[in-house]
Design a protein around this ligand. Sequence first.
Ligand SMILES: NC(=O)c1ccc[n+]([C@@H]2O[C@H](COP(=O)([O-])OP(=O)(O)OC[C@H]3O[C@@H](n4cnc5c(N)ncnc54)[C@H](O)[C@@H]3O)[C@@H](O)[C@H]2O)c1
Length: 264
Amino acid sequence: MSRLAGKNAIITGAGSGIGRASALIFAREGANIVAVDRVEGAVDETAEMVRAKGGTIKTVAADVGDENAVKGFIEFCVSEYGSLDAIYANAGVSGGLVPIQDQTPAMWEEILRVNLIGPFLAIKHASAHMVKQGKGSIVCTASVAGLRANAGNTPYSASKAGVISLVQTAANQFYGTGVRVNAICPGLIETGMTAPLFEGARARGSEGKIGQLNPTARYGHPEEIANMALFLASDEASYVNGQAIPVCGGLSSTHPFAPSRRGA
Ligand SMILES: NC(=O)c1ccc[n+]([C@@H]2O[C@H](COP(=O)([O-])OP(=O)(O)OC[C@H]3O[C@@H](n4cnc5c(N)ncnc54)[C@H](O)[C@@H]3O)[C@@H](O)[C@H]2O)c1
């Protein structure tokens, strides 16, 4: 397995969920990884899992919304491995389900800082190296929440809609440079972020209802998003640019419906 052989990649939010699965899959495919998370112990645990399978990984504890920190981990990748071929700007926060009347500007600022300014900073500083190289892939995690309502709260959804616009506009700013910028729009995936939803449903005995609003009739797993990130980071996606690709079991393809197996 060597779909990323010889490539050097940064993955943010690598201490949990989709980022951890991506670190494992990118390393399995031959990439040298810089794994970033604000929780040092969590990203170290990911590194142990990657090394146990023979992968090459270095870790950085950093906040993806802090410009100096982002510049720092991008320069770290280039100085340790010699280049930066792919960055997966994946870290994000949900902000919870606070009613709009109780939301504050501070809450909005923090969600936008991590979820939208974070990917902007990754694009800004990664592209400085990639444009010089004449090649590179930038992947961001948006969400189906950025496409339509009811998959997250207001500031979260707005931040993810922003990520979709960001990858479209950035891809076009890098016209002709060889740098591609894309986003993934995950549906409902079982991770640290969605753990309260899963735990609540399990406690109520209604786990079987989770993920039933999409035609695949189940929730998703972090590896199913990581596989799309792998494709977009690799040269296999050499003609995919400026796109926000849903990986959601088909959730974003539907109008509201009453689940039924009639069409089977
Ligand atoms: N789980 C889902 O159903 C789902 C659906 C759509 C989109 N997403 C998006 O997927 C991405 C990954 O989330 P996940 O579901 O794996 O959740 P997760 O909570 O399991 O993992 C997110 C990781 O990001 C890290 N992080 C958060 N803020 C950070 C910051 N400022 N700096 C550095 N690291 C930070 C956390 O410590 C955590 O390890 C997020 O952008 C999320 O919005 C998730």
